[in-house]
Each structure stands twice: as structure tokens, then as C-alpha cells.
Design a protein around this ligand. Sequence first.
Ligand code: AMP
Length: 214
Amino acid sequence: MNLILLGPPGAGKGTQAHWICEKLGIPQVSTGDILRAARKDQTELGKQAETYMVAGKLVPDEVVIGIVQERLKETDCLEGYVLDGFPRTANQALALKETLAANNTQINAVISINVPDDLLVTRLCGRRVCSQCGASFHISFSPSKTEGVCDQCSGSLMQRKDDTEETIRERLNVYHEQTKPLINFYKGENVLQSIDGTGEISDVWSRINNILGK
Ligand code: AMP
């Protein structure tokens, strides 16, 4: 199954993608994670992406499309994958469609997670991520047992550089202008399923699980 998780920053795409991947035994392909890893390693890609990411802007289409095309060629993607954070523009969606069609394959489902902007800002401002394993926490909604320490691997928790209020507002503007129109694109492709992304993580997961089937 080839799946896309569509939604604004802070909708919970990463968390839900992780659970979907565990259930279906397929990999999570997150362009944000790939770009953050490249930044950490200070590769050419990482250096190129850094200015865009810190400002809350999108990394240019040709760069991100190339990353995804290469990643989807890897053997672990043969049985399917969950795309998390890609596509984010009409050009990316069209390039993906063409790439898949050239390999006689397609996207089977797009799950669009809806969350109001105000709640997204609250979620992102309080988000803390583990610098080692990437697990995500929230200072009020899902705090770690010990402040600043990851429950899963004891790594130190940090705030993402783009989780500041100004950058969050910019990322939301970018979402509304460039990514939200993809909801209509995938409606037209008859693969769109929309869900309410508010409430507990486990509630959102049950809604997704219902779509995936038992
Ligand atoms: P995310 O972790 O998905 O919120 O992505 C973090 C940042 O990485 C975004 O704000 C963008 O700067 C960049 N990024 C991730 N995915 C894409 C994409 N599909 N297109 C362009 N930029 C992206």
C-alpha cells in the first residue's frame, strides 16, 4: 500500500505515520527527517536546505523531488510506504504521479489530517523532540516522565529550530497557500480520506485505523 499523510505542520503526521508503518510493516518516508539528518551531517544537501528550513520556507521542488525519487527506489519500499511531508506543492504531486506511473504503480490512499491553526500553534510551540531517536513529546499534552529526557532512549529533548512562533506562522501560511490545494487534487484522483486530527493521539489513530481496516 502506497500512502500519503497530508496535513499542516503539527497535525501529527509523523506520529501517526510511525503507527501506520508498524501496523503495515512498510517504511515511513519523511522528507523533513531526511533533510534534518542531512543538516545534522552538514552534507551539501543539508547546507542547501538549512536556510529554507530555518525560515519556515519550502526547500525547492527539484531538490525534494529528487530525494523522494531516490528513496522510493530502495528495496524496502517495494511493498509500499507512507509518505510523510511529501508532496507539499502541486509540482511535487505531479512529479510523484508521473514517477509512479512510469513504474506502473500509484498512490492508493491519501489521509488528510485536519486541525485548526490555533491548536497547531499551541502544539508546535510546546513540542519537544528527542535529539537521539526523534520521539516527540509536548510540554503540556504529553510530557516526558523526566523533564528534558526522552522516555524511550534517555536522549536529551530539544525544541526544533523551526518550532518558534514566528516560523510556525510562516509554515502555516506556506501550508495554506501551497499544500492545502492538494486536498482537492487528491479528491479529484478519488483517493482522499479526511479525518479530524484533534483530540488524543490514540483517538486520531483509531480514526486512521478504521480507514486502514483491521
Ligand atoms: P516537516 O518536518 O515535514 O515539518 O519539514 C520541516 C521542513 O523541511 C519544512 O518546513 C521545509 O522547510 C522542509 N521540507 C520538508 N518536506 C518538504 C517538501 N516536501 N517540500 C519542501 N520542503 C520540505
